[in-house]
Design a protein around this ligand. Structure first.
Ligand code: SF4
Ligand code: SF4
Length: 356
């Protein structure tokens, strides 16, 4: 069945909330160990089927099958999209990338070392958001750092009280080809853009005399931080659903000691809509997404962090499908009505995407 069919249109009325719209069981909630991220488990978890399976090892065999969206050109595009993310060392870092001004030894002063006096954190937040928009963030929110969302191994000093959470929109026609390779290009470009945006916003903060830890998926869980920062709500697919783009975004964040005013979380009925919708679960070729009517505290695999009431996604099954597919998948992004309500179209064929 074409995934553009049989979809209800969500009403998007956004309300500010006093606290984040998730329900936690504090007795089960612990800081998640980054060792249990599925990509980490590939390297150490000998008892799991995905141990040492990389999803590009099958690419040449897949190309031979000649399916649309899985040609050498499609894979060349998808793997090239990660170039900046993978090659730019300053993107995910807490230190200056490299000196791009005359050094203090030459001109006698490093003006960035003096601390800019922030009298009005709300005004500073507006500066930060405008800077983030200029540097490529599609959405920006601010929250206090809930240290429960830090990975167990993350050693972040207490002075990093604030988090700037940024969402980068992913290319809609690309995502709409999922699970074909152009969708993975849209994802990879999202990560590469994150490297650019993070490095520039981080440097903006350091130029004000404060510290910035630029993070992609590392250091802390992005989705709960994004919820705290008022960017959206959690969906059945385990992703942040934003009012503007649905789940068609990538998330990154900066932990900082710069004084800022936090945003309020938002509510717009995602959980209630997800209870009936289930499109992501229906179209997931890995059966990795729960079909249960109600969310629960029951985890699906070791790569889930227990303690939140939600639909847990089986990351093991998801990853194994990526291996079969030769590349990552975004079908649970593309079919989500919170995505298509804006784009108007869930499916784009690889031929339509390439316009050839
Ligand atoms: S990325 Fe693909 S395989 Fe993984 S949960 Fe989403 S739809 Fe399923
Ligand atoms: S596709 Fe999934 S995440 Fe999106 S609204 Fe439907 S159930 Fe929720």
């Amino acid at each position: 069945m074409n995934s553009s069919q049989t979809r209800k249109i969500p009403k998007i009325n956004v309300h500010k909330a006093e606290k984040s719209p998730y329900i936690l069981d504090q007795s089960k909630l612990t800081r998640f160990s980054s060792k249990n991220i599925i990509f980490e488990r590939v390297t150490w978890n000998t008892s799991w089927k995905g141990y040492m399976q990389m999803y590009d090892e099958n690419v040449l065999n897949i190309i031979k099958k000649g399916e649309l969206g899985y040609s050498r050109v499609d894979f060349a595009l998808a793997y090239s999209s990660w170039t900046v993310h993978d090659a730019f060392e300053g993107g995910f870092s807490r230190v200056k990338i490299k000196p791009y001004r005359a050094s203090a030894a030459t001109i006698g002063i490093d003006w960035t070392k003096t601390k800019y006096s922030v009298n009005d954190p709300l005004e500073m937040s507006k500066y930060v958001k405008q800077a983030a928009t200029l540097f490529g963030a599609s959405l920006t929110g601010i929250c206090r750092l809930n240290r429960k969302w830090l990975y167990a191994e993350a050693n972040v000093p207490r002075k990093f009280e604030n988090v700037i959470v940024m969402a980068v929109e992913m290319n809609a026609p690309g995502i709409a080809t999922s699970p074909a390779a152009p969708a993975a290009a849209a994802t990879g470009i999202g990560y590469s853009k994150m490297a650019f945006t993070l490095s520039c916003v981080g440097e903006f903060i350091r130029n004000l005399g404060y510290e910035a830890i630029q993070c992609g998926n590392d250091t802390a869980l992005s989705v709960p931080l994004a919820i705290d920062a008022g960017l959206g709500e959690l969906g059945r697919n385990g992703l942040l659903i934003t009012p503007e783009y649905g789940p068609r975004i990538r998330l990154c964040k900066i932990l900082t000691d710069l004084p800022l005013e936090p945003d309020k979380p938002i509510k717009f009925g995602v959980k209630e809509f997800c209870k009936k919708c289930k499109l992501c679960a229906k179209y997931c070729r890995a059966d990795a997404i729960s079909m249960d009517d109600e969310p629960s505290f029951n985890v699906a695999c070791l790569s889930n962090n227990p303690g939140a009431l939600k639909w847990y996604v089986n990351a093991e099954l998801c990853y194994l499908f990526w291996c079969e597919n030769g590349i990552d998948c975004s079908t649970c992004v593309k079919v989500c009505p919170y995505n298509t309500v804006r784009t108007g179209k869930a499916d784009v064929t690889p031929k339509e995407f390439w316009k050839v």
